[in-house]
Design a protein around this ligand. Structure first.
Ligand code: HEM
Ligand code: HEM
Length: 226
């Protein structure tokens, strides 16, 4: 018998795939150059909104969305490296590092972008509030940090392929449909607490997420147009 357990609620899945689309959009537009830099900024604002939403959802979201459920503490890392690799239904401790690293690197990129200047026709909306040397410094960080982001994304995708090919674990389907399937025979591999705690993903949680996302979008909009 197989049991389906909801791991990734709809808000997390929507966050993930919208983030991927916006990053692709922001990279295409910045490489087109010229007026497309405006689009680069719009994608950047969407990424910033998504990231703030994800951080708040990490505190108020469903079980497996919460940072406390996958924060890589010493004992979790040692347990994982000590041979309990299949025991996590959500992010495992090493995956958690990559999640936090991605969120941090993307946040640095989105925030520094707000102060950026392409030295042609575009200035980030907050550049006028700081000195030109600060704008130059933050633009350099924006430029250099892209490498960190590319490396993290490459590692992220390589890890997913590794799990699929060498460990026979499909991580992608749950990030699309939300559920993981656990065979009765495999149940012993997981933490009992995990098996009994599916992520809540009903109309109430989804409405709360939508409300939160809208509120964050309005606040971000206020700061970039104000
Ligand atoms: C996470 C979101 C973002 C990513 C991944 C990203 C990525 C990039 C990349 C790869 C470049 C090219 C750097 C170069 O080769 O010179 C760039 C340049 C630029 N970006 Fe972003 N960006 C993001 C957010 C933003 C935001 C929110 C703004 C402004 C509203 C912005 C404004 C600029 C500007 C003005 C440049 C050209 C000058 C510079 O290098 O600072 N970016 N961005
Ligand atoms: C722009 C590229 C990408 C970025 C920035 C990115 C970012 C992220 C982030 C931040 C998470 C953590 C989700 C959360 O808890 O909030 C995550 C998880 C995940 N991503 Fe991506 N992602 C990217 C591309 C992809 C692609 C192309 C795939 C599929 C081939 C993918 C599949 C997954 C999966 C399966 C997880 C869950 C991993 C697990 O079970 O621990 N991602 N990603």
């Amino acid at each position: 018998m197989k049991k389906k357990i909801r791991i990734w609620d709809l808000p997390i899945r929507a966050f993930h795939w919208l983030l991927v689309l916006c990053i692709i959009g922001s990279l295409i537009s910045v490489n087109i150059g010229g007026n497309a830099i405006e689009w680069h900024a719009y994608f950047g604002y969407c990424i910033l909104t998504l990231l703030i939403f994800r951080i708040v959802w990490g505190f108020v979201g469903s079980t497996h969305a919460r940072f406390s459920s996958f924060f890589p503490t010493r004992s979790r890392i040692l347990g994982y490296l000590g041979g309990q690799p299949s025991r996590y239904l959500g992010h495992n401790p090493l995956g958690a590092f990559s999640v936090f690293a991605l969120l941090l690197a993307l946040s640095i990129q989105a925030v520094t972008g707000l102060f950026g200047d392409d030295e042609i026709a575009f200035q980030g909306p907050l550049a006028k509030f700081v000195s030109s040397s600060t704008v130059d410094f933050l633009s350099e960080i924006h430029d250099a940090n892209q490498i960190v982001i590319y490396i993290l994304i490459a590692l992220h995708i390589a890890a997913i392929i590794y799990y699929r090919k060498y460990r026979n674990i499909d991580l992608i389907t749950p990030m699309v449909v939300g559920d993981k399937e656990v065979n009765d025979s495999e149940k012993g591999k997981y933490f009992p607490a995990d098996l009994n705690q599916a992520s809540k993903d009903g109309a109430l949680q989804r409405s709360l997420a939508l409300l939160l996302l809208s509120l964050i979008a309005v606040i971000v909009g206020y700061f970039i147009t104000g």
